[in-house]
Design a protein around this ligand. Structure first.
Ligand SMILES: Nc1ncnc2c1ncn2[C@@H]1O[C@H](COP(=O)(O)OP(=O)(O)O)[C@@H](O)[C@H]1O
Ligand SMILES: [Mg+2]
Length: 331
């Protein structure tokens, strides 16, 4: 992100410098190309006034070729100077653009680190609360009313724990050094994601049909498994009971493609550009109220996939199906 911003800023700086340089060159050319004629005229008047004319010779004339050559040379010099300005200011502009963006980049990294630290700090108290609630819930002396309240509290604590985990992952994947790359099997990452969601799929009698090739890439296993898990989770969550989810993994021409297709509520075309934004939840259906989630899953998945120089795309027909495709370079 910052690299393309740096290039853009460099081009803007260059554009301004070159516009000024070319403008001045044009002015210099206009003024200087008439200079030989002016000098000659002045010389003539001097000679005529002083009566220095040698017998048989008229006042000096300017040869058109000499004048042309002088103009050509002037033009060439100006072009060379402009080329020099272009090269030197190109380097300087790139350097300055880097210096300009540095504090902004640092501030952004700082902010991400803050979110990561804050969510990390939230974990301990949340775990303590969760344990406390669970222990209390097991107590026999609890009244029906108190039990209900504790159960509801436990649910909220779980949600908060999930949220702080997700925020931690999001900020980590968006940071410069957030992932550790090794040689991993995409098939295994997908299988792990599928394992984690079989219980949910079973509860809705949804069949997960897999068709997985063996593909190895350089990547972060946990981050990719989480991204695939998010897509699977959505596929199952936003599908009706007794439907099907297809999971495909193929590799071709140095690229691996993970395709997750469901036959659920689908996503409206107008909402597709937003579903990868943080905290965005499409107004998919009336059942949405009942479907848990914070709208963070896809933004985290996207951040992780982009860190692998891959991309995530979606094609959907509302009311019929959604197909998410992740493309990752295998080389
Ligand atoms: N397979 C899908 N079918 C229908 N809608 C989907 C699907 N996947 C994602 N969406 C839409 O995109 C939104 C964002 O997804 P996500 O970031 O995973 O958040 P969450 O699942 O927590 O709502 C969801 O709220 C949902 O509206
Ligand atoms: Mg989700």
């Amino acid at each position: 992100m910052f690299h393309s911003a740096r290039i853009k800023l460099t081009l803007w700086y260059l554009l301004i410098i070159m516009a000024i340089s070319v403008l001045f060159s044009l002015i210099i050319y206009r003024v200087q190309s008439n200079e030989p004629e002016r000098v000659l005229l002045r010389q003539r008047t001097l000679i005529e006034r002083g009566g220095f004319l040698r017998p048989g010779f008229g006042p000096p004339e300017l040869e058109p070729e000499i004048l042309e050559e002088a103009r050509r040379r002037l033009m060439l010099n100006l072009i060379l100077i402009n080329l020099g300005v272009l090269i030197i200011s190109g380097g300087a502009a790139y350097f300055l653009a880097g210096r300009t963006l540095e504090p902004i980049e640092e501030a952004l990294e700082d902010q991400k680190r803050f979110v990561a630290d804050a969510s990390h700090e939230l974990r301990t108290p949340l775990t303590t609360m969760k344990t406390g609630l669970e222990v209390n819930l097991r107590g026999k002396a609890l009244g029906q009313e108190a039990k209900k309240i504790l159960e509801s509290n436990l649910e909220e604590v779980d949600k908060l724990g999930y949220l702080s985990d997700k925020l931690l992952h999001l900020s980590r994947y968006e940071q410069k050094e957030g992932l550790s790359f090794t040689s991993i099997s995409l098939k295994e990452a997908l299988e792990e994601a599928i394992e984690k969601h079989t219980a949910l799929a079973k509860s809705k009698k949804i069949e997960i049909v897999r068709n997985l090739e063996e593909v190895t890439i350089q990547g972060d296993f946990a981050a990719l498994a989480e991204a695939f898990g998010t897509m699977l989770d959505n596929a199952v969550k936003y599908s009706p009971k007794e439907s099907k989810v297809n999971v495909d993994l193929q590799s071709k021409d140095g690229k691996a493609a993970v395709i997750i297709q469901d036959f659920g509520v689908g996503i409206k075309a107008s909402e597709i550009p937003h579903i990868f934004a943080r905290f965005y939840r499409a107004d998919t259906s009336r059942t949405k109220e009942k479907i848990a989630g914070f709208g963070l899953g896809l933004s985290i998945a996207k951040a992780a996939i982009e860190k692998h120089h891959g991309k995530i795309e979606v094609v959907s027909t509302p009311g019929a199906s959604s197909t998410f495709t992740v493309t990752l370079p295998t080389a």
